[in-house]
Design a protein around this ligand. Structure first.
Ligand code: HEM
Length: 508
């Protein structure tokens, strides 16, 4: 009897244990199920490498566009330890850049950008928060208002006028051709250095200019290269990157010291001995430093940001515009006709004229659509776990908006591969470059959008306008068109070859 009782007790005990295990198991399964993330679609990832071996290093706008056709308007790539989310539709761009602009308003940096920005002591690559707000506020008055455009419009016109005169003075320009980019690069430096420091460089051979350009070019090459991806994606491979990172550190130090010694300190000295009538950009920035709002390092990173964000992007866009005009002579002629009719033959275009020149504006917009200088915007990041398009986006994902794909998707645009400015006077006449249409975001939109658009658009309009007014732009002898092979970087798009261009002066 006692044995029977003990036996049934053991059965009860076992049943209870079994029940307990089942209940706990169910609770845990439920809990894990609840936690299971709904990640965006993407190719199957392998351990350690993720998708890196499948998709490779060249994550440019076209390759990412091809992946969007396969995986949809949002997809996830695991690049080693990094999550890379790519957004390729206007509705998701809207959700991310505006509706959830705060959540997705931070920036990722990689191992190289960490070095060049002092881990985000700058404005362009810092996370969304107090520091970014302060830096953007301090930079707005000296660089990003219409007042600045009005104050410097004569400087812009002067610099572009000098390009025209220099090109006219070079006989080979009208015969064998010249690499006009080199002169336009000097122009862009002069425009930005006049705004920043009230300084300009006399010629392409000015030793200070050559040194500055060499340091900036090296920074741009090192930062935009895909060659260092492996060490960024897979930390155990980082030791192999030591040499590369050391070069980045040397260039960064040399560059910031150069800005300090030759420009910032010089401006301080000048401001201390005489009262400057008209403040230049640096005077405002130094005022903020004196008030204790920012540190000396922050000042230097502001100079770094203007050098990196303003000069090359605008120059690449001018170059693309020229290349398209050379390769489409009927568009070049039509633009020249507009300038002649509206302004009068030989009357040089000035900033207030741009508004009266719709075809010129359309040429600029079409250049920025087909040949976006920053086709993936500047990478964004969510500091915390977030949702996008109904998917879970793990904290600290790198988010690219493929704005080139948005503006070149045949489902959204008529014949997008064709360079046709007329589209912006016809079916796209309401589409502006300021982000009023989420299919067209050459400058981004929302909190982290490009504040320099206010300067970039007049510079582009004036440069292309003056060149077309004064010259017939042609491919070099023996060529029927210019080579427009693209060279993409981490988030840049420039023309690979700086071809010779024939600039035949017009006779008025
Ligand atoms: C054609 C020329 C230019 C293009 C295509 C361009 C494009 C862009 C784009 C796409 C972004 C990132 C937007 C985003 O991530 O959502 C950006 C950011 C920025 N751009 Fe430009 N840009 C140009 C010229 C300029 C100029 C002339 C300046 C300065 C005078 C400038 C200063 C900046 C700054 C400071 C940022 C960072 C904004 C932030 O993170 O808050 N850009 N630009």
């Amino acid at each position: 009897m006692a044995d029977v009782q003990q036996g049934s007790l053991a059965v009860v005990e076992k049943s209870l244990v079994a029940l307990f295990v089942v209940v706990v198991g169910a609770v845990l399964v439920n809990k894990f199920r609840g936690k299971k993330l709904k990640l965006p679609p993407g190719p199957l990832a392998v351990p350690i490498f993720g998708n890196w071996l499948q998709v490779g290093d060249d994550l440019n706008h076209r390759n990412l566009g091809d992946l969007a056709k396969k995986f949809g308007k949002i997809f996830l790539l695991k690049m080693g330890r990094r999550n890379l989310v790519v957004v390729s539709s206007p509705d998701l761009a809207k959700e991310m850049l505006t509706t959830k602009g705060v959540e997705f308003g931070s920036r990722t940096r990689n191992v190289v950008f960490d070095i060049f920005t002092g881990k985000g002591q700058d404005m362009v690559f810092t996370v969304y928060g107090e520091h970014w707000r302060k830096m953007r506020r301090i930079m707005t008055v000296p660089f990003f208002t219409n007042k600045v455009v009005q104050q410097y419009r004569f400087a812009l016109e002067d610099e572009i006028g000098r390009v025209v005169e220099d090109v006219k003075s070079r006989p080979e320009a009208s015969t064998t051709g010249i690499v006009i980019r080199r002169r336009l690069q000097l122009m862009m430096y002069n425009i930005m250095y006049r705004i920043m420091f009230d300084r300009r460089f006399e010629s392409e051979k000015d030793p200070l200019f050559l040194q500055l350009k060499a340091l900036n070019d090296e920074r741009s090459r090192l930062a935009q290269s895909f060659d260092y991806n492996y060490g960024d994606f897979i930390p155990i491979l980082r030791p192999f990157l030591r040499g590369y990172l050391n070069i980045c550190k040397e260039i960064k130090e040399a560059r910031l010291n150069f800005f300090k010694e030759y420009f910032v300190e010089e401006r301080k000295k000048l401001a201390s001995v005489k009262t400057v009538e008209l403040k230049c950009g640096m005077d405002y920035i130094l005022d903020a430093q004196i008030k204790g709002e920012i540190s000396e390092d922050n000042v230097l990173y502001i100079v770094e940001n203007i050098n990196a964000a303003a000069i090359e992007t605008t120059l690449w866009s001018i170059e693309w515009g020229i290349a398209e005009l050379v390769n489409h002579p009927h568009i070049q002629n039509k633009l020249r006709e507009e300038l002649d009719i509206v302004l009068g033959r030989g009357v040089q275009i000035t900033e207030p004229d741009i508004i009266r020149l719709p075809y010129l504006q359309a040429v600029v917009k079409e250049t920025l659509r087909l040949r976006m200088a920053t086709p993936l915007l500047v990478p964004h990041m969510n500091l915390y776990d977030a949702k996008l398009g109904g998917y879970d986006i793990p904290a600290e994902s790198k988010i690219l908006v493929n704005s080139w794909y948005l503006a070149n998707n045949p489902a959204e645009w008529d014949n997008p591969q064709q360079f046709r400015p007329e589209r912006f006077l016809e079916e796209e006449k309401k589409t502006e470059a300021n982000g009023n249409d989420f299919r067209y975001l050459p400058f981004g939109v929302g909190r982290r959008s490009c504040p320099g658009v206010i300067l970039a658009l007049p510079i582009l309009g004036l440069s292309l306008g003056r060149l077309v007014q004064n010259f017939e732009l042609l491919p070099p002898p023996g060529h029927t068109r210019l080579d427009t092979t693209e060279k993409a970087g981490q988030f840049s798009l420039k023309i690979l070859n700086h071809s010779l261009i024939v600039a035949k002066p017009r006779v008025f």
